[in-house]
Design a protein. Structure first.
Length: 313
């Protein structure tokens, strides 16, 4: 088996692991409303943490065998795998709009990553990296605080997913810088950055779990999947001297891919908002009144007040 084929296989399995972890996280969020951020008492949640770790290890292994321009875009397949897997395993089918949004987001992200040309992340001094870490933590915290002020579950979840994607993207940037510095034999100077990596990775995990609460699977997962590498690429372009391939033409094409990815996210978000509007509030009948209120709740009507026990009025 050639190294290129092995890189492709590792990338595919990594994307499946990430997709499975996202499905488990969404199910845990739906069944554990009292623990939005870290349901540590649920074994299934720890299973999703292990799957995310497996996906990360496989992704790093794929990078060891294949070029960045191949492996990174294939990571965008996570959302494409997650939708049919969700339909098969938990019987939740995605609508046509969700599929269009997922394909747009994946295609736009893959094109953007393909055009990004890497550079030496270890060439940046420690001072700018610490400033970036502090600014990144502040930005993630600001998105979290802003999400608390939103009342719509879907928009709040998308904002939390954006914060999670940003945290994961920053963790990736600093992991790359530490790896390149270790090759130069400077591990002790990287301790503050190692703490920053741990903080961003933990924040990303907790915020991504919270993002699945009340928003389904597709919109939060697509947001995390797109924002993560976009943040990493933006930092690489501005701080690490990375650039787009093919000069001005490549930059223009990359911007076009970015618009396509953003359009996919918008389509997924509006599709979920539309679905939430038509689903309406979930009404549950009173336990002491098994007949009339239950049928009224199914119709979306108001149960007759005479059928409701005085204690529940």
């Amino acid at each position: 088996m050639s190294a290129l084929v092995l890189a492709v296989l590792l990338s595919l399995v990594s994307a499946v692991a990430y997709a499975t972890a996202a499905i488990v996280q969404e199910r845990v969020a739906a069944s554990t409303p009292s623990s939005a951020y870290a349901p540590v008492r649920r074994p299934a949640w720890w299973g999703s943490v292990a799957l995310n770790g497996l996906g990360a290890v496989l992704h790093v292994a794929a990078l060891a065998y294949g070029p960045l321009t191949l492996v990174q875009p294939m990571g965008a397949l996570t959302i494409v795998f997650a939708l049919p897997m969700s339909a098969v395993f938990i019987r939740r089918k995605a609508g046509a709009a969700a599929w269009r949004g997922a394909v747009m987001a994946t295609a736009g992200l893959a094109g953007l990553l393909t055009l990004t040309k890497g550079a030496d992340a270890g060439a940046v001094a420690m001072g700018p990296r610490l400033v970036l870490a502090a600014a990144g933590l502040g930005a993630v915290a600001a998105l979290f605080v802003a999400s608390r002020a939103l009342h719509r579950a879907v928009t709040r979840s998308v904002l939390l997913a954006a914060a999670a994607g940003g945290a994961f993207g920053l963790a990736s940037v600093f992991t790359k810088s530490v790896a390149e510095d270790w090759e130069s034999g400077l591990p002790l100077t990287e301790l503050p950055i190692l703490f920053a990596i741990a903080a961003f990775a933990t924040a990303g995990l907790v915020l991504s779990q919270a993002s699945y609460r009340g928003a389904g699977l597709a919109a939060p997962l697509a947001t995390v999947t797109v924002v993560n590498p976009v943040v990493a690429a933006a930092i690489g372009l501005t701080l690490f001297g990375e650039s787009f391939r093919y000069g001005t033409a490549g930059t223009a094409i990359a911007l076009g891919f970015g618009v396509v990815a953003a359009g996919g996210l918008i389509l997924l978000t509006t599709e979920r908002l539309h679905a939430a509007h038509h689903d309406g509030p979930v009404l549950t009948p009173a336990p002491d009144v098994p007949n009339a209120p239950a049928s009224a709740a199914r119709r979306g009507d108001t149960p007759d007040q005479t059928a409701t026990p005085p204690a529940l009025r």
